[in-house]
Design a protein around this ligand. Structure first.
Ligand code: MTE
Ligand code: MO
Length: 328
């Protein structure tokens, strides 16, 4: 019964700062009327003041430089976000719901001797050691726009390998039409798990052609070094034409399936978060417009959002003939 309320907690976080104060007053006025449920929302709203500030990046496992980055793909000439922005303003609910929580708490996650299980409808299933897995292809730097469904955005210099290379190595069977991916679950290292809010493990998925698209990246670093935990170390997905929640972090499981997988946000609130989640300025979120975005660190939501986040030339053909309002 409270799932709905929990799914709404991020409401406090999605509102651009110039608006949140007014909304907070509004919620306080309404609190008396709706009782306990509004109480839950108010607790979250009270966090807004804290949330506007960035977390201080911490990590128990220091970043190491990634040598031999073979290629560089730059998809925008907009300025890069600062390292402090990319590592201090995050969504990683396993460490808490505030944007500053992952930077504060994700350092607890142990990312050494990492293994990714690959299974399902493929001919080369197995437990792949990360060091081996990332040798599947040359490391590349990819400067991508990153657009969160909450309408903030950044420009990030990821380092990683094409997801397509890993998929080819696993040799999927013709029946495999979707790829499902999951985040590690470590209750002792992830204080946010106890708060609930989403079905763990955090699960995401792509249709096979989306996963094979050359833009889909398994990122292992940014700014030339290994990822910090708050960004999903040691390996996370980046799909630049989709909203940020598709980019599942700290991946331990990749599974080839023949049905559209359940996904964490769709399970939490299917009216608001669909499977496809393509960035689309003409299809608004039920509670806010997607036509514009707030480019971190700006306070105003005054940057125009581009169809498929600016990657239409590379990806639009995959959705030809689909009703993108229905398949949001
Ligand atoms: N496991 C896990 N992965 C996750 C999330 C999460 O809460 N848990 N949040 C998603 C959301 S909503 C966004 S916007 C991006 C944020 O990535 P960043 O913090 O590296 O910018 O991570 C995505 N991946
Ligand atoms: Mo997001």
């Amino acid at each position: 019964m409270l799932i709905k309320t929990k799914a709404e907690i991020p409401y406090s976080e999605i509102t651009p700062e110039p608006w949140y104060l007014r909304r907070r007053e509004f919620l306080q006025l309404g609190a008396g009327l709706v009782g306990a449920v509004a109480g839950g929302v108010l607790v979250a709203c009270a966090n807004d003041a804290v949330d506007a500030s960035f977390g201080t990046p911490t990590s128990t496992e220091p970043q190491t430089p990634l040598p031999n980055v073979a290629r560089k793909m730059v998809t925008t000439d907009e300025p890069l976000n600062k390292f402090e922005e990319i590592t201090g303003y995050n969504n990683y609910y396993e460490f808490g719901m505030r944007k500053s929580d992952p930077a504060k708490y994700a350092g607890q996650l142990k990312t050494s001797s990492w293994t990714v299980k690959i299974d399902g409808l493929c001919n080369k299933p197995g437990d792949y050691a990360l060091d081996d897995l990332i040798k599947t292809a040359d490391l590349e730097e990819r400067v991508y726009r990153f657009r969160c469904v909450e309408a903030w955005s950044m420009v990030i210099p990821w380092v990683g390998i094409p997801l397509a290379a890993v998929i080819k190595r696993a040799d999927p069977q013709p029946k495999a039409t979707f790829v499902e991916m999951q985040t590690v679950v470590r209750p002792k290292e992830m204080p946010g798990l106890a708060e609930g809010g989403l079905n763990w493990p955090y699960t995401e998925g792509l249709r096979m052609d989306e996963a094979m698209n050359p833009l889909s990246l398994l990122a292992v670093g940014l700014y030339g070094k290994t990822l910090m935990n708050q960004n999903g170390a040691p390996i996370r997905l980046v799909v630049p034409w989709k909203y940020g929640f598709k980019s599942v972090k700290s991946i331990v499981h990749i599974k080839f399936v023949d049905k559209m997988p359940h996904t964490a946000w769709n399970d939490a609130n299917s009216d608001e978060y669909g499977f496809y989640s393509n960035v689309n300025p003409t299809v608004d979120h039920p509670r806010w417009s997607q036509a514009t975005e707030r480019r971190i660190p700006n306070l105003l939501k005054n940057t125009k959002t581009l169809m498929f986040n600016g990657y239409a030339d590379q990806v639009a053909s995959m959705y030809a003939g689909m009703d993108l309002r229905k398949w949001y």
